[in-house]
Design a protein around this ligand. Sequence first.
Ligand code: ADE
Length: 254
Amino acid sequence: MQIDILTLFPGMFQGPFETGIFQRAIGRKLVSVNLHNIRDYTHDKHHTVDDYAYGGGAGMVLKPEPVFEAVASIKSGIHLAEKGGELPVILLTPQGRLFSEEIALKLSRYRHLILICGRYEGVDERVAEHLATDEISIGDYVLGGGELAAMVVVDAVVRLLPGVLGSEASPLDDSHSNWLLEYPQYTRPAAYREWPVPEILLSGDHARIAKWRRQQAIIRTLQRRPELLDKAELTAEERRLVDRLLTAPDNKRI
Ligand code: ADE
């Protein structure tokens, strides 16, 4: 997968993309990330990227021309063979649709993504209307710019690419991949202070462990994010467990 990121602060990406799974994914050529400084696509002496808002108001607005030019330049560099495929151009903005594991999974199936990081008080609306094919927000809060949001999106997408994580199966167990939060995990020591690891995990009985984990995931989801359970695929027995928990006087204790 190729990911092109348009930003006014390429330096912000240095740490995250040089560590952990990124380093491995980039090293194995599973993904290539290209950073483009929007300022490099200006033509005036001062490399102006922002301007006052029409109609007044505090704060500056990111100009459209350098953003359009940067995307055009990236697109012109694409090999003919790739040209047929869809190329999402994603604007990171608090006004976008809320990012989720489901969106990450869909994005992970493209060969190429372009991400545009907004800054200042906003981005000229013509970018959203005539250049971006999608607008994504990572949560209901306002960041200083789209950079951290782009990192979140890229992180969530890259770890889903085949071969990036050690085991192919592992992303499927994660919280949110099946609309359930993940079951609790333990490692050695088996007893730490006065808190032992649940005995079942030491039993070696893989079928019982799998069932326990699934139940724990359901209980945890019910306690912390009950709205997710509406989307989870539960067996009839699991639905009965949920009903039992819902009528229990204190379902935190179960
Ligand atoms: N830019 C500023 N805030 C943002 C958010 N919550 N999500 C995506 N991009 C942003």
